[in-house]
Design a protein around this ligand. Structure first.
Ligand SMILES: Nc1ncnc2c1ncn2[C@@H]1O[C@H](COP(=O)(O)OP(=O)(O)OP(=O)(O)O)[C@@H](O)[C@H]1O
Length: 270
């Protein structure tokens, strides 16, 4: 990985912290990405990504299919590896260091399009698995915490059922509760509603709105532009592996600057 210290050179914030790598980030920054590039073989999937996410920000990423949205957020918790530039999450620079990757995964919760629940475990067991085995939390404590989060996503009565007995919307709410059980500082959502029947989308979005209102730092890849208008403080448009445009929602939707953004919005907004 390239080790140019662009951010350290450019960081001007008083009160900023320098992590072990010498990468300098302000205390109120949750994620800092500087000059990040990624390739799949010869395919240059992410091109010179620069992005600063402040604590408590709620960011929606949109863009055409294949533009690199999922790959970008998967790089943030190291499900994908970047090859150039720097990513700092909660003061930890992502590198090949497995200990750091573990740390990041504890700080960053992720919710996927296809729930990814373990079918042979109950809902409660799905929620307590990582807290018990990764966080080494006592079982009783993990179960109490899990029940609190299942209540928060309005599904405590399903705790002893198996995923296959739940609707898609219910399973996705469990997936959100499961991620929250690790007490993450940042939540990533990768098209959490796109595999759901229309009548189930709202119940999942309601949970995400509630989470946003609680002050959680969130990055959501979604085509739910109503959600973006309601809770995002910034909307990012990506195309062909680049961040083309970003702005606060009102300005983004009413006054897009780039022709590519205009075309995309004209296709998805009726
Ligand atoms: N593991 C992989 N190996 C090779 N190419 C990949 C891999 N994962 C993704 N890609 C390619 O990288 C590009 C970006 O994919 P990505 O899933 O990040 O896009 P996206 O914007 O999230 O798309 P969608 O909205 O359809 O989910 C696509 O062309 C995809 O085919």
């Amino acid at each position: 990985m390239a080790s140019t210290n662009v951010a350290a050179e450019s960081a001007k914030d008083a009160g900023s912290a320098i992590d072990k790598s010498g990468f300098q980030v302000s205390d109120d920054v949750a994620i800092q990405i500087v000059g990040m590039n990624k390739w799949f073989g010869d395919f240059h999937v992410l091109r010179d990504i620069n992005l600063t996410v402040h604590k408590g920000e709620r960011i929606v990423i949109c863009g055409p299919s294949g533009s690199g949205k999922s790959t970008l957020i998967r790089c943030i918790n190291r499900l994908e590896e970047h090859q150039a530039g720097q990513i700092v999450v909660d003061g930890i620079e992502l590198s090949d260091d497995l200990k750091k990757i573990d740390e990041i995964r504890r700080e960053v919760g992720m919710v996927f399009q296809h729930f990814n629940l373990f079918p042979h475990l109950t809902i409660l067991q799905n929620c307590t698995l990582a807290p018990i085995w990764v966080r080494k939390m006592p079982r009783r404590e993990a179960e109490e915490a899990a029940m609190t989060y299942l209540e928060r996503v309005k599904i405590p009565e399903q705790a002893n059922k198996y995923p296959g007995q739940l609707s898609g919307g219910q399973q996705q709410r469990v997936a959100i509760a499961r991620a929250l059980c690790m007490n993450p500082r940042i939540m990533l959502f990768d098209e959490p509603t796109s595999a759901l029947d229309p009548e189930m989308i709202k119940e999942v979005l309601d949970v995400m709105v509630d989470l946003a209102q609680s002050g959680m730092t969130m990055i959501c890849v979604t085509h739910e532009m109503g959600f973006a208008r309601q809770v995002a403080n910034r909307v990012i448009f990506m195309d062909e592996g680049q961040i083309i445009e970003q702005n606060e929602p009102e300005e983004f939707f009413t006054n897009p600057k780039s022709d590519r953004t205009k075309l995309f919005l004209s296709q998805i907004l009726h």
